[in-house]
Design a protein around this ligand. Structure first.
Ligand SMILES: *Cc1c(COP(=O)(O)O)cnc(C)c1O
Length: 375
């Protein structure tokens, strides 16, 4: 296996998707599998589809185009507000986009007319996290304006919490979304409006709460990939938390003092003045350097094997305290990783990606089992 490299178990991802889909379907909630963390890699997108997600969502049109080119025909949602400069590409590749700006929806309408297509628009509502969303007082006039636009289908409402300020989905803000749905979604042009409550941070609320009001969709990435909810990062019962691991190779292994010597100033990635404060002296340790760094992943999001500690990282070096072990140069160390570390490793061209399980050997370009294509 090449190092550094991600090892991705497609069967575990499929399992995680299927467990979440089954639990949420009981409450009438459909799952959109979010593919942005893995740049739309078709192998992983297909594992999510085998697990039963009924649509796919990505924040970048390039990733949606990649999945289309690989033959995936499922309903796709652009989950970040479209760039106006990409309106034509959005209409060409995505069925639905999440929107907050009427000027953008107008641009989508112009492109949809040109392409003789209809494009679905879900309007995002601001519920307090202060990332994307229309202020609630402006929802009515925006819905009315969207409904005037040719070749645009108003699909329903959505919200997104916990991404900027960590505002948690709860009975109050979810009821607010349901109330807005009651007032405005009836005017949706589709007979089954989508009320998309949020992302993996909504799962605690869903599992705790028996009634979901009008909410009938969630957009899930992290929970499927990592097997954890996104508010406290606790494992979700029945899900794999080790579907993905990261492997890096040892390039130096020596017994070294734990305390540096010389005059301290800023280090490569830490601008905090040290004021002569040295790290504590633990005597000599088994220090290992691995050939991976900040350019490849988020070192703070790496969980080393038991008995090891990550001491620090620069662009291309990760420094480990190997505890009692003297690692041999050339050997590999396998890490569990969080969403942030995975996202960066997946995006880095320097990190190999190895897929295991069903669909791992499928040619990049192949047909998937056809799934119902929403109107
Ligand atoms: C990233 C994102 C999601 C998925 O979030 P997860 O925490 O990975 O489930 C859903 N909706 C929007 C708008 C997003 O940006």
């Amino acid at each position: 296996m090449s190092a550094p490299g991600l090892e991705i178990d497609l069967d575990k991802i499929e399992h995680n998707a299927s467990v979440l889909v089954r639990r949420l379907n009981v409450g009438g909630i459909s799952v959109t599998g979010v593919t942005k963390a893995f740049s739309g890699a078709p192998q992983i997108a297909r594992a999510m589809l085998r697990g039963g997600v009924t649509s796919l969502g990505d924040s970048r049109v390039e990733n949606i185009e990649l999945m289309r080119q690989s033959g995936i025909r499922t309903q796709m949602m652009l989950i970040r507000s479209p760039m106006m400069s990409q309106a034509g590409r959005v209409v060409a590749s995505a069925d639905i986009s999440l929107n907050t700006e009427i000027d953008v929806v107008s641009a989508l309408s112009v492109e949809a007319v040109k392409a003789r297509k209809t494009h679905g628009v879900l309007l995002m509502v601001e519920l307090g996290d202060l990332r994307e969303g229309i202020m609630t007082d402006d929802v009515e006039k925006t819905v009315l304006a969207v409904r005037q636009l040719p070749n645009i289908t108003f699909m329903g409402l959505g919200s997104n919490l916990a991404c900027r300020n960590g505002v948690s989905p709860d009975n109050r803000n979810m009821a607010e979304l349901s109330a807005l749905a009651n007032r405005f979604a009836a005017s949706s042009s589709s007979n089954q409006p989508i009320i998309s409550g949020g992302n993996s941070s909504n799962l605690n609320w869903v599992f705790r709460c028996g009634s979901f009001g009008r909410i009938n969709n969630l957009r899930l990435g992290e929970a499927i990939l990592m097997g954890r909810e996104a508010l406290n990062r606790k494992p979700i019962q029945g899900l794999h938390t080790d579907a993905i691991s990261l492997i890096a190779e040892v390039i130096e292994s020596k017994s070294k003092p734990s305390k540096p010597w010389g005059t301290l100033a800023q280090s490569a990635f830490d601008n905090a003045p040290k004021n002569g404060s040295y790290p504590p002296d633990h005597g000599n340790i088994n220090q290992a350097i691995l050939a991976i760094g900040r350019q490849d992943t988020d070192p703070d999001g790496l969980l080393p094997p038991v008995g090891f500690d990550v001491l620090g990282a620069s662009s291309d070096h990760l420094v480990l305290n190997a505890g009692h072990k003297q690692l041999s140069v050339g050997s590999n160390v396998s890490f569990q990783l969080n969403y942030s570390a995975f996202l960066r490793a997946m995006t880095s061209p320097h990190v190999a990606k190895t897929f295991n399980g069903e669909g791992a050997d499928a040619p990049a370009n192949c047909e998937v089992r056809p799934l119902p294509h929403a109107a």
